[in-house]
Design a protein around this ligand. Structure first.
Ligand code: GAL
Length: 538
């Protein structure tokens, strides 16, 4: 599809979080869907609530339970109201919300922006205000709004239709005396088309607090748990730039009792989600979880990372087919290092301080704590890491005052293709399969001018990504070259300030093209903490 040329106004967009106070840190709790699907009822919710209290999960921060699809009757009442299925919920939903409150918990609910929910129950289309007011009157403070059965009105594209509906919901929910937390499933309906997906993601953070962006995690006994977790993990790594306090990317539920998951895989799932500052919503039968599973879910040090006030999402530093290395910053200045072994065998790797954006000057010694074992190590050059298959380690690294400076550092990659921006020794730049070489790890430093950044490969600290005299992508000496200034936009575009063109994976134009909204080739993922060009989406 031919793309629209971007107007400067459109290019300068940044999704603004309208009210970060609605959900200052990612939600934690329980949802029935992946474990029980439509087989939900009052007893499941009251038993789960009791268990969350008695097993310490509430104290650990898991304070909400969310009813998913199939909680209601198949028909609305004569006045248009939704009604709960009274066989499943004999005391009704307001009673259940009160029950939760009296146990220090909160209740959330599921609906759909279309005519029907995915399970075939009445959708909210045309009843938005009535349903929202009903939920609020029931004592509910959280809405997961799915996007099944949405059809575009004439003259609108489907992605525009979703925008109209979800923005309408945003208005309705924020007009309530206490705005409901809004979990948006819209992006999940576009994850198979990179440019539609990006355009939908661009508005999602300005309407709600979290968004399910990709396929459902596998349901109980429904398939390979680890493959499903890795699938959703991979989608999440593409969306780093959107997350900020008040809006969280949602890679879906934690599934600790999914059959077949090993101890390491369950720990990895939790460690990765916490590194992302993702929502921690358990979909399992909590009363029957083993003490070991509860201990994984209650890891205080990882929950602190998840709930960190900066809400940075760990981003890929490198990837080589076996190891994924990710990093981010924390609000007290600490750096996080997360390493996952995706391979089938035990393996070792090395991560240098430079790859974490840290200084390796001789007097810089860093104290790093393994957040699962609690073990402390002192590091002054490289992390040596040995991991079993599918295991993950997370280090929280304290920075001494004299070595506290960090530079956002990591892969710069075209998110739809997964190809890495790669520096060559002949000053050319190409897009290659990611291999974790220093030529694919970039320092993305703010220049001090407006929102400009420079991109410098670790393989040669003297050169920066630039646009050459003939408009081609190249490497130029960082000092003095004007064409090394770039802007990173929340849309994923990397715009060269001087050339007024955007980085593109297509090599036809030397890697620089006119900036276009609908171009999968122009969408890039960068390290966490890169300054975004400012602008207003609206
Ligand atoms: C899916 C959604 C699941 C669950 C299900 C209910 O679309 O992604 O999380 O809510 O619908 O029917």
């Amino acid at each position: 599809m031919a793309g629209l040329l971007m107007s400067p106004l459109l290019l300068g967009v940044q999704a603004s979080i309208q009210n970060p106070e609605v959900l200052p840190t990612p939600p934690m709790g329980f949802n029935n869907w992946a474990r029980f699907m439509c087989d939900l009822n009052e007893t499941l919710f009251t038993d789960t609530a009791q268990s969350m209290v008695s097993r310490g999960l509430l104290d650990a921060g898991y304070d909400r339970l969310i009813l998913d699809d199939c909680w209601m009757r198949k028909e609305r009442a004569a006045d248009g109201s939704l009604e709960a299925d009274t066989v499943k919920f004999p005391h009704g939903i307001p009673w259940l919300a009160d029950y939760m409150k009296s146990n220090g918990l909160k209740l959330g609910i599921y609906e759909d922006a279309g005519n029907l929910t995915c399970g075939g129950y009445p959708g909210s289309y045309g009843y938005e205000k009535q349903d929202a007011e009903l939920f609020a009157s029931w004592g509910i403070d959280y809405l997961k709004l799915d996007g099944c059965n949405v059809w575009a009105e004439e003259g609108r594209s489907l992605r525009e239709e979703y925008r109209v509906r979800y923005s309408g919901w945003h208005d309705v929910l924020s007009a309530l005396p206490t705005p409901l937390i809004f979990s948006e499933s819209a992006p999940a309906y576009f994850s198979d088309n990179a440019s539609d997906w990006a355009v939908v993601m661009d508005w999602v953070p300005s309407y709600g607090e979290l968004a399910r962006h990709s396929t459902d995690v596998v349901v109980y006994e429904g398939g390979d748990g680890w493959d499903s977790i890795m699938n959703n993990y991979d989608f999440n790594t593409l969306l780093v730039r959107y997350q900020q306090p008040g809006y969280y990317n949602d890679p879906d539920f934690l599934i600790p009792d999914h059959p077949g998951l090993t101890k390491d895989e369950k720990q990895s799932h939790f460690s990765l989600w916490a590194s992302f500052s993702a929502p921690l919503i358990i979909s399992a039968y909590i009363p029957d979880l083993s003490d070991e599973d509860i201990a994984v879910l209650s890891n205080k040090a990882l929950i602190e990372v998840d709930q960190d006030a900066l809400a940075q999402q760990a981003a890929l530093v490198s990837r080589d087919g076996t190891f994924d290395v990710l990093s981010r910053s924390l609000s007290n200045g600490d750096r996080l290092l997360t390493v996952l072994n995706r391979g089938a065998a035990t393996a070792t790797t090395t991560v240098s301080l430079a790859r974490l954006g840290l200084s390796s000057e001789s007097d810089c010694q860093y104290a790093a704590r393994d957040l699962v074992t609690g073990e402390e190590v002192n590091v002054d050059s490289d992390f040596e890491i040995k991991l079993d298959s599918h295991a993950t380690v997370v280090y929280r690294i304290a920075l001494p005052e004299s070595c506290a400076k960090t530079i956002p550092t990591g892969m710069v990659f075209n998110t739809p293709s997964g190809l890495c921006l790669t520096a060559s020794t002949d000053q050319s730049v190409t897009f290659e399969k990611c291999s974790a070489s220093d030529s694919q790890v970039w320092n993305v430093a703010a220049t001090g001018d407006g929102s400009d950044v420079t991109l410098r490969p670790l393989s040669d600290a003297t050169v920066c990504l630039a646009v050459g005299d003939n408009g081609e992508l190249s490497l130029a000496q960082c000092e003095g070259a004007a064409s090394t200034a770039w802007e990173h936009l929340v849309t994923g575009h990397l715009r060269n300030t001087l050339a007024d063109g955007c980085l593109a994976r297509n090599s036809g134009n030397g890697g620089i093209e006119s900036c276009v909204v609908d171009s999968a080739a122009q969408i890039f993922g960068l390290p966490s903490g890169v300054r975004l060009a400012e602008g207003d989406l609206n």
